[in-house]
Design a protein around this ligand. Structure first.
Ligand SMILES: [Zn+2]
Length: 89
């Protein structure tokens, strides 16, 4: 498999834990960025109704989906970078 999307770094010690909620978003969601699908856990930066959030999908034993609270796009973008660089989980 050719990896073209970013991989999430191993979380650093003391990484900030995000609040992961049961999925709340509707279907009218635009996915702006995503991490590589070769991993068991993928993250998507989503945008809907002028709010952004991050969706986490885990497929280790069964598919589990969680989403963050809706945020302003610049906030979600900052969290996205922190997630990918292992500063949040
Ligand atoms: Zn990959």
């Amino acid at each position: 498999m050719d990896c073209v999307s970013p991989h999430v770094a191993t979380p650093k010690q003391g990484a900030y834990r995000l609040d992961w909620l049961p999925p709340w978003s509707s279907e009218r969601v635009r996915v702006i960025a995503w991490t590589c699908y070769c991993r068991d856990t993928i993250y998507e930066l989503c945008y809907a109704s002028s709010r952004a959030f991050i969706r986490r999908t885990t497929t280790q034993t069964r598919t589990e989906v969680h989403e963050t609270y809706p945020l302003a796009l610049h906030e979600a973008g900052a969290i996205w970078v922190s997630l990918i660089t292992g500063q949040m989980l």
